[in-house]
Each structure stands twice: as C-alpha cells, then as structure tokens.
Write a protein of this length. Sequence first.
Length: 460
Amino acid sequence: MPNQANVRPELSALIARKDLAALKKYLDPWLPADLAPMAAELSVEELAVLFRVGSRELGAAVFTYLPIEGQKKLLKLLTQEQSAALLNALPPDDRTSFLNELPLDVAMQLLSMLTPDERQVAQSLLAYPEHSVGRMMTLDYVAVHPDWTVRQALDYIREHGYDRETLNVVFVVDDAGHLLDDIRVRRLLLSPLDRPISELLDGNYTMLLPQDDREKALEIFRKFDRVALPVTDEQRKLIGIVTVDDMLDVASEEATEDIQKMGGSEALDEPYTTIPLLRMVKKRASWLVVLFLGEMLTATAMSYFEDEIAKAVVLALFVPLVISSGGNAGSQAATLVIRALALGEFRLRDWWRVMRRELAAGTMLGLILGVIGFLRIAAWSLFSNIYGPHWLLVATSVGVSLTGIVLWGSLMGSMLPLLLKRLGLDPATSSAPFVATLVDVTGLIIYFSVAMMIMRGVLL
C-alpha cells in the first residue's frame, strides 16, 4: 500500500497527467474508508476525476468528508449517471443530512435519481422532525436471533456486514423484529462457537425513539459510552441505529451554536466563511440592537444620580471599573453554568445548590476585587491629591460596592440560564454580553447607593 503521507500529491500528479489507468491501479490496494480522509483534501475538480475512476464505495466515503459547499459543487461537475450512483451509494444518514441542507426543489430533484428502495428510505427519514433522531439514523446494521449459535452469528456477519455502518455492536431481535438486546462483537469473538446467542444476553442496553431530540441522544451516548444505539418504534421494533460518528458531529454543532449565542449573536447555522454577508449581519445586528437599548438604561440610571455626581465628581472616575467588574463576574458565572447544564453536571432541581456556590464564590471574588480597589486608591493617595482629602471614604465606597456588584453579577449570571431553561428556552441565549448589560444597570444603582450611604454628610 502506498505511503499515506504521499497520497495527496501522488493522486494530484496522476490526475494532472490524466493517466486514468494508472490512477485506477493506484486506488485498488486502498480500502475506501482508509483513503477517504486523505482524498477529501483534493480540489473539487480533482475529486470529479477521481469519482469517475474510483468505485462507488470510495466516492461515497470521500463525499461524507466534504463540507456542504464542496458536496454541492462536486455534484454539479458529475454527470447525472455519476450523481445518481453516488447518491444511491451514500449511507442513509449521510444522504439525509446532505438533502436537508438543500433547497426543497433541488432535494426533490435528487430524490428522483434514487432507486425505488433508496428513495423510500430517504423519504421515510426526511419525514421525521429536523433535529430528531430519525433524521440521523441509518438502516445499515446487523441483527441476529437469540436461537442462533455464535458460529451462525459470525457467519451471518461475514456475509452481510461488509457495507454496514458499524460492526462493533450486533443487535439481537426476535422473529418479529423486536429488540431484545445488543452484544459487543468482542463477546462473540471470545465465546465458544457452539454457545447460543441467548446465553450472551444480559439486558444491559438502552434505546432511542425516532422522535427523540438529538440532544437527548447525545446525552445518552455520553452517559453510557456507546458507539451505536438502537432506534425502535413504540412497540420496540428495531427500525435503525444511530452511531457515534454522527453524535460527534452533533456535539460539534451544538457547541458551535452555544458559543455563538453566548457571544451575543444568533446561531449562524452555516460556516463563517460561507454564510452570506447580509445574513450574518442580520443575525448579529438583532442582538446588538437589544444590547444597545439595554445599555441605554445605563445612562438613564446615571441621570438619577446626577446631583451626587455633580457634588462628588470623583465618583464618576470609577464607574467603568465597578460596572465592568460586575459584568465580568456575571459572564464568568453564566458561561460556567451554561456549560455545566450542557454536560448534564446538574439538573434544574439543583438550582439552590448552584445559588449557594455562587453566593460563596461571588462574595469571595467581590472581597478580592474590593480589597484591590481600596488599596489602589489608597496607594495613589499617598503620592497625590487626585482623590481629595476624603479619599478614604471614596476608597471604602469603591471597595464595598465592588463586593456587592461582583456578588450580584455572579448570582445573575448563574440564575438567568436556569430561569431560561425552566421556561423552555435555550440557556445559551443568556449570553455573556446580555448578562453584562443587565449587571451594568443594576451595578450603577448599587455603586451610587453605597456611596450615598458612606459619604452622606461629607461629600453628598
């Protein structure tokens, strides 16, 4: 077999020379699954030549590694017969994912190119809700019967397992197709050949329904550490499986969506480099407008303390300091809680435990920043008169208000995601900028209220 490090340049050289016979000979030793990741790095034009020479299995394997834009462009370069062969060779779940990204008229046109059996499979999967397990499942699995021996099961796997999605897990069904259990292939390989499959069943399995949300499936995969999970109907009849490679894609998409929302933007739903500029601006502008209107409340809040600011202008010097500290603390707490929720580290009923932790953490963090703020003003006052003769009162006001604002920001940042989750909304929408904006307004009120209490009768 050729050296993997040289695969891409060698393929490119053969394609550039248009030596199709040599190219076909070069491809023969490779298994499609081994060659696909490296071949996917070729240009779309080179892939079009490769698809004309290579097998259907190689074409389908490479196609699944391409980004959606590359897949669309490649199909345009292939003939109708080549496109039809490729679409029919794709695994059902990958084909469904691709068709779901296309406009309806284009998807319908491609569906008409499928064989009757493959078209029926594609239409049945597309009939499920967009983000459901049913859209992700594949029918390429191996199922055996409990009355078979291990030898019969292994013979069946050898005969029917070549083009299956995974052979790490074999599913056991009765004569009516109802799921009884799943068995890791390792157990089959290590068991006596004459041992009945029924003796290997332990009932330790879990399953999904096609209507289940993909986030639920992801949580189950994480919890049970599985490489594949069965999908059954309401009568527990096995209708497909979901594999871990699809779950890795889901985890990546969900993490990307959460990060984008936490950054103060709608989820882009497309790669940053390919999404149309106007659509990206629209998704970002909506949140920016909301945050801008929220920040306008800061000016409103400061107007209520106009007289105090006029009497003690020095207080205005520390406004950015105190409100940004509260916003940063809230953003920290929101990010930690949102991620912990996504990983299932706690549930909504544990909200009081989260609040207690943030009460303690917010108090300690506030004290740390409050002491630093106090010492900073005290140190500057030793060498200058910038804060006036009443610098001690100013330093105390800043220190105490910092403690309260950071504590308040931590509580807001931790509780807001839980509230949104309780209301059935996405916790990630309580983005760091959104929390910071809320804390900015309330932080001003806390700051000037503390200053009025401490400095009343002296500067105010």
